[in-house]
Write a protein that binds this ligand. Sequence first.
Ligand SMILES: *Cc1c(COP(=O)(O)O)cnc(C)c1O
Ligand code: SF4
Length: 440
Amino acid sequence: MHQNEHSPPYQPIVRSNIDQLPQYHALSPEQRQQIKVVSAVFPFRTNRYVVDHLIDWADVPHDPMYQLTFPQQGMLSAHDYETIARLLRQNAPRDAVQQAAHEIRMRHNPHPAGQMTYNVPNLDGEPLPGLQHKYPETVLFFPSKGQTCHAYCSYCFRWAQFIGVQDLRFAAKESDGLVRYLRQHPEVTDVLFTGGDPAIMKTSALRQYIEPLLAPELDHVQSIRIGTKSLAYWPQRFVTDDDADDLLHLFEELIAAGRHVAIMGHYSHPRELSTPVAEEAVRRLRDVGCEIRMQAPIIRHVNDDPHAWASLWRRGVRLGLVPYYMFVSRDTGPKNYFEVPLAESVKIFRKAYSQVSGLARTVRGPVMSATPGKVLINGVAHIDSQPVFVLTFLQGRDPAWVGRPFFARYDPEATWLFDLQPTHGTKEFFFDASTEYVSA
Ligand SMILES: *Cc1c(COP(=O)(O)O)cnc(C)c1O
Ligand code: SF4
């Protein structure tokens, strides 16, 4: 099915052309006003596939895919909302609106979990922007041409990259630095292309970044991972786009060269796997030998529902996907609106996990990607009749921390690792002494 009815030409819908959407005109004036006000602060971008096939407009504003992709009033405090709304009512000059929006954004912590100060590696004494190397075996690479997405998630903390504040961007000029770095780091088995969404790039651009990894001296790089939301927001990328076939050929070549191609598919809701073109994208990737894993954060109003997760994992397994992570969303951006307390996330995870077959229980969660490492909340236990969270590192800044269970006082309101306290009169967690907290 190369040309089908699910292939509108790709056309981004943003704040300035949203008037073209018939669905926008069907919204109430209040709803339209909310979109205009909030999108003045947080970048908004969607496309006709998301709008026409993933959102149930009869259920707006509650529809989870609408919540995921359209700006919501609750993302701004009442005060900030009113500031922008007033400027728009007064037809204030663009500059004044942008100034106010900038001021609000800067209060929303654009680089969580110490990303700006940690993890950027050095090569011959020079920092390598566009690379992150936190855990020995995996290097993250942010290709500069992949720093946007086919649609934006409303909760996303990466907006700093999307709105052109240059000095806040992680961007690699080219893969040259990556290759030189990998040559000096034989311990690296995995390179994870991330963004934004690297699948936003033309295949020719992606090829320029990936092909050099096939050099014989980089044979230690056994897995090439591509983190992407395109499978959900623009599956046409793998089916009907001009260079969809080229992309599949590229992956085929990597596999023929003995590498594992792992597509880290960002799936937030079962509806993203419900359309024929979404299924076809999965089929085509699997046909050439890619493995697709599914991961996403748990987000209030979007997927704070065990049945949504269970249904997502079941549907995924049916199509041959591997459930991987349920993340806790990070401490940034419009967090009050989207965050789910750890205690509630654990309940949702268990309720979802307990209703799927073992084939879907490859998933781990809820997981916090925090400064000291990736921390799994195993659940709640009782010690001396006191409730405690049981946690483990899945990845640690120090690999010696991995797999060592530890406890934290149960706190129904905690939303992140830095909210948690050790148990039994201990002042610090075992990893505290060696971790300088930035925001986690
Ligand atoms: C999650 C993550 C990885 C990959 O971890 P896996 O458990 O191997 O998927 C690598 N680097 C960073 C910084 C991460 O947050
Ligand atoms: S797909 Fe990822 S990077 Fe892109 S907007 Fe969503 S969360 Fe952000």
